[in-house]
Design a protein around this ligand. Sequence first.
Ligand code: ADP
Ligand code: MG
Length: 661
Amino acid sequence: MEDPDGLGRGKTPAILLRGIVKDYETGDVPTRVLNGIDLRIDQGEFVAIVGPSGSGKTTLMNILGLMDSPTAGSFELQGRDVSSLSADQRAEARGKTFGFIFQRYNLLANETAVENVGLPGAYIGMPSAQRKERAVSLLEGLGLGHRIANKPPQLSGGEQQRVAVARALMNGGEIILADEPTGALDTARGQELMARIRKLHRQGLTVILITHDPGVAAQADRMIRIVDGEIIIDEATERSAVPDEALQEADSLPALPSLAERGRITLLADAAEAFRMALHALQANSFRTFLTMLGIIIGVASVVAMLAIGEGSRRDMQQWMSRMGTNVLRIEPGAKMSYNSGTLTLQDARAIADISHVQEIVPRVFSACTLRYRDRIYACTVLATTPSFIRAEKRVMVRGGFFDERDEEAKAPVVVLGMKAYLELFPDRSDPVGKRILIDGAPFLVVGVITVSGGSADGRDREDDIALIPLSTGEARIFRSVRINQISVTVDDYVNVEAVQDEIRSRLNRLRQQEDFRIFNQAAMIETNRNTQSAYRFLLGAVGVVSLLVGGIGVMNIMLVNVVERTREIGVRMACGARSRDIQFQFLTEAVLVCLLGGVIGVLLGMLVSEFGTIGQSKAVVTLAPVVLSFAAAFVTGVLFGFWPARKASQLDPVVALSSE
Ligand code: ADP
Ligand code: MG
């Protein structure tokens, strides 16, 4: 094999650096931290890198671990030129090739030991069951089988460092990079860790270890001394014999579990993992999470509640309008702008009965009368009308029935009592049907009791304060002459109202020779009502959008704080092989989760408020649409306002992130 540098020993080297230079831009002049490093490390070597503080050891290690790129020079990793790799490819290679052990352990405080160890597995797409199994067996091999469910704060320094070692072994990477791994441990724990690292080396791993402790460096096979960014010594060590007794469970340390054939990880499992980690992160800061959610909760709850209240009043209005009849015309006597009352007669009513689209004609004569039953006397309005009344009006028979055409023809003395009149005459609520009452002294037979549909059963409605008799009977027995107060005309469909109205006007004009009547329809009222409704809905929608916006800004604010606070965690994840899109997905998931949780609580709260909320007499009605809508809005808010912080997190430089406090 060609070997121009004289560095080669025949095989493909694990690491081959040529002329590596690293400059840092500090102010105007770049500082040269690495100055032409040539280095070959073969597979299975155990190399210690030593040198004074600030000499460039960590910088070199970051370049070796694909955390950082050199300013100049070439780098072949296991025979592959890595200078042209994209950031994602570097992350992937990092996750599969290297295991990092840091001085400060760098474990994720919110995750258990087994989850910390399994973390790198997630980034190379190891299915979670397999990840857990391997993490557990690694921890057991390091004598931490009883600590797998503990979180780092519950572990001693030595135990944390063992968890970190297990994590470095998780993906079966062949090169262990350790930066001052014993720096934070006492001598005994440091010895134990070194014994463990030597054992890993004997099992075939390549170990590159930075230290300033000569005793530690002496345990490696080869020592490289760096001063001012240059290698000044590269020599084999005279290995001081360190007994492996320091390692208590030395014999029980099993061979590395082999990396089983990896199953394909699904997108769903990926999302589930991000979801699980997001949940942990949110739990770790539950009070802050709650405060963040509050904006979303208030926004969603207010949308749900206000729309429910709006819907309630809309339905009431609709019911009222349908009771008033939007397809009903009213003809009343008297010319427009005149006090002359005019008259309408049954002849007028008959003249318009055959107009097409007309369903019912209901003439009405109102008269104030006195009702009497035994010793009860009650004064109310008597309405003389035709049997068509019961078909045209949305009324409900409470007792008995309505008078019919035969009664009308026979001028029968029958009466249907409105609920209110009934209750006044029959306070004991006994059955009035078949009883005789007097109307202005004339005897009438009660045939039924009527109430407004959807009205209250206690006769509170103004329209219940009447007694109804056939028009012909009234003409014969009560009134001296019939002056019709109103003719209502029911049209088959709302859209035909205008045409029918025109036809009525022309027929009555022909018949009466003058327009001494007025025709009313509800079209104008419907229009006004529709406008009010849409303005109202727009207002509610605007309030909802504004409150969700405010909530979303709150989420964004907290997520930005989160990113800053967890910069180091992001660095650790990147060292474990996370690509920037993994980081982005992670933080986005958190934001969406906050918003969705806020959405759920908001919906429930909104429904609770709706339960008690009313406007006037209208009961709030929760419908599916606003619930789904506000929930979707919460989701969109999470995505929109989580996107930027998540992106910010994903674009952090791994080295900067990892070295942040
Ligand atoms: P060592 O690990 O050997 O103590 P480092 O590799 O951490 O040294 O640092 C080498 C030099 O590079 C130091 O002088 C340090 O100040 C400088 N340095 C490291 N990182 C940066 C950076 N991101 N920007 C500017 N200078 C840096
Ligand atoms: Mg350092």
